[in-house]
Design a protein around this ligand. Structure first.
Ligand code: ARG
Length: 275
């Protein structure tokens, strides 16, 4: 019987993570955050440790940046920078509560021997709004990253940049509404985008895996794929089924504490592409 899918090939990755040592929800900069709701930092650390261990078991390399007291959102390293070919664009955050994370990331990359480390002139929140699919960068805006930042990222990295506009405040970063599965496949929640962006996505990725509202609301799209294995929140049950149907291997993870800050596995994971 012929194979229904191309063979899915995992590629080892290098990720930057930050332990949630100082994680709590003490301000609200997205609709998921409620400072009245108690958080359990110890549980957040244990859930995060499991995610880190899982990456290593799957053959990936995890590098760590030290957490900084007073920066509870620093666990979401995906927002700190965009890294491609040894060049680093350090994020400039939308909200002052997170602004100091940029300095921490800049210092970390400068110490790490990267070819070029540049601080973004325009507001962009790293891989929160920048998703690389092969040689094409899908760039979100609407809530955090400024549209002008898209030209800056194009100029620095020399890749094709396609702008997508988000419309639902619950899906405020591109990585809450979309995930990259491999070099030419994505999954996404169409209703998080303007009609124009939906049309663009349909034409570019006609076979994309689509998520329904229930899966999007549990951050099912805040997923990390190595080309074959896809780590996603365990609550996203039907999306996991759709991934299996498309030949991927879903791996459920529980990050319920970090969900209270409005993040999931992808938010805690910045891909380092040193070369
Ligand atoms: N509390 C953080 C914020 O609102 C969560 C960031 C989640 N990160 C992500 N890549 N979506 O900025």
């Amino acid at each position: 019987m012929p194979n229904r899918f191309p063979e899915r090939v995992a590629r080892p990755r290098r990720y930057l993570m930050c332990p949630p040592t100082y994680f709590t929800v003490e301000y609200a900069i997205n609709p998921w955050m409620d400072p009245e709701q108690p958080t359990d930092t110890g549980l957040a650390v244990r859930q995060w440790e499991r995610l880190r261990a899982l990456y290593e078991q799957l053959g990936h390399t995890v590098e760590l940046i030290d957490p900084v007291p007073g920066l509870p959102d620093m666990v979401y390293t995906a927002n700190g920078a965009t890294v491609l070919g040894g060049q680093v664009l350090v994020a400039t955050f939308r909200h002052r509560e997170r602004a100091a994370e940029s300095d921490a990331h800049q210092a970390w990359f400068q110490a790490g021997g990267y070819r070029e480390v540049r601080r973004a002139a325009y507001v962009n929140e790293g891989e929160g709004d920048h998703l690389l699919v092969g040689r094409r960068l899908l760039a979100g805006s609407g809530f955090r990253t400024e549209p002008a930042a898209h030209a800056e990222v194009r100029e620095l990295f020399g890749v094709q940049v396609l702008s997508l506009t988000l419309v639902d405040p619950r899906f405020y970063h591109l990585d809450t509404a979309m995930a990259v599965l491999d070099d030419d496949q994505i999954m996404y929640y169409p209703e998080a985008f303007t009609p124009d962006s939906q049309a663009l996505l349909r034409s570019l990725y006609p076979d994309a895996v689509l998520a329904d509202r229930e899966d999007a609301e549990v951050f099912g799209l805040n997923a990390v794929s190595d080309g074959r294995r896809v780590l996603l929140p365990e609550a996203a049950k039907s999306l996991a089924g759709r991934l299996s149907d498309a030949g991927f291997e879903p791996i459920p993870v529980d990050l319920s504490e970090l969900f209270k800050g409005g993040g999931g596995p992808k938010c805690c994971t910045l891909e380092l592409r040193p070369v």
